[in-house]
Ligand binder design. Structure first.
Ligand SMILES: [Zn+2]
Length: 235
């Protein structure tokens, strides 16, 4: 399947006796996946480069890819970042601004530590990109218009003032979007937004519903290759 794949990760941390979880990939698996991509000639691009491609403004060489992380877990810094650096890969991490330096208390499975500003800055200086995953990780389609706007707008301004650069990309909490949510994200000055819709991104793709391939903690190497090829996670 043609188009640019955007891989979607959440947590990257060791199993420590627990069994594999859907949204947590072990560092060993993540390391194997990055090594595989590198050895097959894949190179990472920025979200802006992807958008230029989708809007028909830029041709891209073969085997270009984006590695993305939702929620901004501290384990991204501890375990994923060293592996990404090893292959000179960059990634985009979508942060929940009201919880930076705290934990993911929105998650019903229990809170996990999130990145703090010092870790974010270190990663930014090493070339990692940051986007918004809203201010407080609420279910956006269920909110009134003015609250959607607050979630989307406030996170952008907090990130921009802390990072000192413009923040142009958004990822929808739980992948939940509606036309009203998309319109608000567009209206707040973002260039594009990532969904959890499966598939790869081709020319003409909806800039506010960019597609991603979920990489699950229990996916085997074979599943990873299949997901990459087909552009979706097989059930
Ligand atoms: Zn999330």
């Amino acid at each position: 399947m043609a188009g640019i794949p955007v891989l979607m990760y959440h947590r990257v941390s060791p199993n420590r006796g627990r069994k594999a979880e859907k949204l947590r990939v072990s560092p060993e698996k993540f390391g194997w996946q990055m090594k595989y991509l590198f050895s097959r000639g894949y190179r990472t691009i920025s979200a802006s480069q992807l958008l230029d491609f989708c809007q028909g403004e830029r041709a891209l060489p073969k085997r270009r890819i984006i590695i993305s992380f939702d929620d901004g877990y501290q384990d991204n810094f501890l375990y994923a970042f060293p592996i990404l650096k090893k292959y000179e890969f960059r990634a985009i991490i979508f942060l929940v601004t009201d919880y930076i330096g705290s934990d993911s208390s929105w998650d019903e499975k229990g809170p996990e530590p999130l990145l703090n500003w010092a870790e974010i800055e270190e990663m930014r200086q090493a070339g990692m990109e940051f986007g918004s995953h809203s201010h407080a990780h609420r279910l956006l389609p269920s909110l009134p218009e003015e609250e959607i706007r607050l979630e989307v707008e406030r996170s952008k301004s907090v990130l921009e003032s802390k990072l000192g650069e413009s923040v142009e990309f958004f990822s929808y909490p739980w992948g939940k979007l509606s036309e009203a949510v998309k319109e608000t994200v567009k209206d707040c000055g973002y260039r594009g937004a990532f969904s959890t819709l499966p598939g790869k991104n081709g020319v003409g793709e909806d800039s506010f519903a960019l597609r991603r391939i979920l990489i699950r903690g229990y996916d085997t190497s074979f599943h990873f290759l299949l997901n990459l090829k087909l552009g979706r996670s097989r059930v």
